[in-house]
Write a protein that binds this ligand. Structure first.
Ligand SMILES: Nc1nc2c(c(=O)[nH]1)N[C@H]1C(S)=C(S)[C@@H](COP(=O)(O)OP(=O)(O)OC[C@H]3O[C@@H](n4cnc5c(=O)[nH]c(N)nc54)[C@H](O)[C@@H]3O)O[C@H]1N2
Ligand SMILES: Nc1nc2c(c(=O)[nH]1)N[C@H]1C(S)=C(S)[C@@H](COP(=O)(O)OP(=O)(O)OC[C@H]3O[C@@H](n4cnc5c(=O)[nH]c(N)nc54)[C@H](O)[C@@H]3O)O[C@H]1N2
Ligand SMILES: [Mo]
Length: 755
């Protein structure tokens, strides 16, 4: 842990501002990269430079300013770090020793430098040249009884070129087992939206923020997880646009923000209020809130007011009557009880929505990570449809994606349920028959590993065992495997919880140059608003022996598929050739890829609903009402609290930058439970009591996390929050969205037990 004393305070200043500037400087110093890191930051998100490795929020196309934020700087500093994990490091520390270290400590050791293989005789990772590593992977894969015995994980930092080829390699190998980080994240968007609007992506572009007349931000913490979005929110508020923030935690940046890029605000210690309406919702109360707004609209429609966009609804949608019946069947008393909100506030939000001629609704994990996450996302689209908020400037749905290229990876084929159209194109272009049966998503992959059905796990980035639910089961499942492969920039727990054979393969990072036999190459990224741009690293690779992800994928394919007729060797050196194949497989959206990517700002991939074209079975946008008001199974236990696992300001998913969470007033501690003081008192607990949390589940498994400090925090009653990944042992694998398989990490039923 940390040797410093925990401190808990209340943070009352605006978010952003000098605190953000200071944190940027501090992290560059901590990683000993002040001059190298500062130089690299100047190239981040600029034409000719590289795309920020942190979040997926787009950068502005007019380059009038620096395009990075505090948390992008942290990601860059940790990637550009001076520290190295060498063969001497592994000789010094056995895997058992390393397991005793914290995730933070592992991260702070620095960049991986050469391929390593696990040696069971000594319990150490030992050096292993690249040829041997690929031969090992090839041998293991070819020895399987069925290609479905391997799981091919992807995390969303992988660029399009590597992800596309990985998808081709794995399908030629013979399976659609593509668990990925999106399965734990915005899968409810990818699966929930297509039946409603015919596309599994957001429909707004950055420009729309300048034309919006109202913005809703539901279950998302932009000040921490997509800070560049704050610029757009500040600009909108300065124009007088109402912002409705819906969150059980009064996240500081949703209340007040100082734009670090605004010299005047910085100099005058000024700030901008963000939310004009802060909606302090109960965890899982969003369906009730959305239905409340729709109920106001239907009530007023019944009184003859023109609150719906009738022309749009008649021309473009099906199923309005069923939606109206469902919404009108809900009582206000129930809506108020389940949402935890006052009816008057819901009516005010409805009024904001009705007055606005163009509304954007942004959302994040607070909406997707519930047992009905996909169905809930659909209700957001319904609300937008009611006023024709698709296909006009300033309006649309904005799922704020996580990893910088998670959306792109899906577009280019990382999909356990690929479309027939894609598979047909793959057959045409590459000349082999790809498997048609669906493969494993993350939860299914874990089940296969646990049951012994899976034998090999390859992780193209990420930290699978720390990201998935049921940590203890995940560790046990991983340890049963014959081979685990971690393709990574940094050492993480996933490399220490491994199979009988194990490899760590170090890669060239996003900020670093890729040199091949054909000269310098660049990769491409698709952001959360479907803009595709080039990314060219500017730094020297952290070590001479690193390989680009594209080369690793190609050489795994060569080793596993000696008979393949795909020209893997050519792709190693020539990324334009890969882009040409992407254009061949996706002619509608990626035609002329190699030419269009030359534009300094890249290009936008078509999203049909922006044109009011609905690629659904009915050819229209469909209302698909979700009966009732709850998005999680009821739990008959009066002592139950709903736990949301969230990110601190100083982490990127499983990567812990520090033990602080500035805006929530926590220093030097991550083992905390944010709780309403009344809920605490009702349990007979003193302030800052030490407790354990235990999951309430029907499967007889005891899931418990000890050593947690209860912090009084303005949470709604019955709702608590704590940090991911420390609390993942509490999240049952079976507790996931039925449609998408996304773990319901924002709504774990728990009870407090004595420490
Ligand atoms: N610096 C940094 N940036 C990141 C990441 C990171 O870890 N660090 N992670 C990246 C990734 S992969 C992702 S997916 C995104 C995640 O970005 P976010 O979606 O912002 O992630 P979270 O912190 O998990 O949760 C978001 C919010 O949901 C709220 N919430 C919890 N339960 C509910 C609920 O029932 N209803 C509502 N309305 N709100 C609720 C929480 O209070 C929290 O403010 O960020 C990406 N960007
Ligand atoms: N309880 C709970 N669980 C959750 C969540 C939650 O909110 N609550 N959130 C879920 C979400 S939204 C997500 S997206 C997942 C995240 O799951 P993952 O994507 O699997 O996890 P990360 O922590 O982002 O992965 C970090 C590792 O990626 C590697 N890496 C970094 N950069 C690169 C690169 O450029 N190339 C390669 N090859 N490797 C690289 C580094 O080795 C680093 O240790 O976790 C999910 N799990
Ligand atoms: Mo994510």
């Amino acid at each position: 842990m940390t040797d410093r004393q925990p401190r808990y305070t209340t943070y009352e200043r605006p978010a952003g501002g000098w605190g953000a500037a200071a944190a940027t400087a501090r992290v560059l110093m901590e990683q000993s990269v002040v001059s190298k890191g500062s130089r690299a930051l100047l190239a981040m998100n600029q034409p000719g430079g590289f795309k920020c490795p942190s979040c997926a929020f787009p950068d502005a196309t007019c380059k009038k300013r620096l395009e990075f934020c505090e948390n992008g700087a942290k990601a860059l500093a940790h990637e550009a770090t001076k520290f190295r994990v060498t063969r001497e490091f592994f000789a010094q520390h056995s895997v058992t020793d390393l397991m005793a270290q914290s995730d933070y400590w592992l991260e702070m050791q620095g960049r991986l430098t050469e391929p390593m293989r696990y040696d069971a005789a000594t319990d150490h990772y030992v050096p292993c040249d690249w040829d041997t590593a690929f031969a090992m992977i090839g041998d293991h894969l070819r020895a399987l009884d069925s290609p479905h015995e391997a799981e091919f994980y992807t995390s969303g930092r992988t660029p399009n070129e590597a992800a596309f080829l990985y998808a081709i390699f794995v399908r030629e190998f013979g399976t659609n087992n593509f668990p990925d980080c999106s399965n734990m994240c915005h899968e409810p968007t990818s699966r929930g939206l297509p039946p409603v609007i015919g596309a599994g992506k957001g429909t707004v572009v950055l420009d729309d923020f300048e034309h919006a007349e109202a913005i809703f931000i539901i279950g998302q913490n932009p000040g921490t997880n997509s800070p560049r979005m704050m610029t757009n929110l500040v600009e909108a508020r300065k124009r007088g646009v109402p912002i409705v923030a819906v969150n059980p935690m009064p996240e500081r940046a949703l209340i007040r923000f100082t734009e670090p890029q605004d010299a005047v605000q910085m100099a005058t210690l000024g700030s901008t209020p963000i939310a004009s309406e802060f909606v302090h919702i109960r965890i899982g109360g969003d369906l009730a809130f959305l239905k409340g707004i729709m109920k106001v609209m239907f009530e007023r429609e019944a009184r003859g007011e023109a609150v719906l966009d009738r022309d749009f609804l008649d021309t473009h949608t099906l199923g309005l009557d069923a939606l109206r019946d469902d919404v009108m069947a809900q009582d206000w008393a129930d809506i108020v009880r389940v949402s935890g909100l006052a009816e008057a506030q819901i009516r005010r939000c409805a009024e904001i929505y009705i007055r606005s001629r163009a509304t954007i609704i942004c959302y994040g994990m607070g909406l997707t990570q519930h047992q009905q996450g996909s169905r809930l996302v659909q209700q957001v689209a319904h609300l937008l449809l009611l006023r024709g908020n698709f296909g006009k400037p300033g309006a649309g749905i904005a799922p704020i994606r996580g990893h910088s290229n998670v959306q792109g990876d899906r577009t280019v084929g990382i999909d356990e349920r690929p479309s027939e159209a894609y598979l047909d194109r793959v057959r045409e272009v590459f000349g082999f028959d790809p498997p048609r049966e669906h493969g494993h998503h993350t939860v299914a992959a874990m089940e296969a590993m646990e049951s012994g059905a899976a034998k090999v796990f390859i992780g193209l980035g990420g930290n699978f065992v720390r990201a998935v639910p049921d940590t203890d089961r995940a560790y046990a499942a991983m340890r049963k495997l014959a081979l685990t492969v971690g393709i990574a920039t940094k050492l993480n727990r996933g490399h220490l919880v491994h199979g009988r054979d194990a490899l760590i393969l170090p890669v060239v990072a996003r900020s670093e140059r890729i040199e091949t036999a054909r000269g310098e190459q660049f990769v491409t990224i698709e952001d959360a608003m479907s803009n595709v741009t080039a990314s060219r690293g500017v730094l020297d690779p952290a070590a001479p022996d690193l390989l680009p992800e594209v080369e690793i994928v190609c050489r795994m394919a060569i080793a596993a598929l000696p008979e393949s007729r795909v020209p893997w060797r050519d792709y190693i050196d020539d990324y334009d050739a890969i882009r040409d194949r992407i254009a061949d497989v996706y002619p509608q959206i990626y035609a002329d890829f190699s030419t269009r990517i030359q534009a300094p700002d890249g290009f936008h991939l078509d999203v049909a609903p922006r044109r009011r074209v609905w690629l659904t079975a009915s050819g229209k946008a469909n209302f698909l009402p979700l009966p009732g008001l709850e998005v999680n199974d009821p739990v008959a236990d009066g002592a139950m609290l709903r736990l949301a696992t969230v990110r601190s300001h100083d982490q990127f998913n499983t990567t812990i930058y520090s033990y602080n969470d500035r805006y929530r007033g926590v220093q030097n501690d991550r083992m905390v439970v944010f709780m309403n003081a009344d809920d605490r008192a009702a349990r007979g607990l003193e302030p800052r009591a030490r407790v354990a949390l235990e999951t309430i589940s029907g499967d007889g498994v005891v899931r418990r996390v000890d050593g947690l400090t209860v912090l009084d925090y303005p949470m709604p009653q019955g709702a608590v929050a704590g940090y991911y990944p420390e609390l993942n042992p509490l999240l049952p694998l079976a507790h996931h969205d039925r449609i998408s398989g996304t773990p319901a990490a924002k709504s774990i039923p728990v009870r407090v037990v004595a420490a």
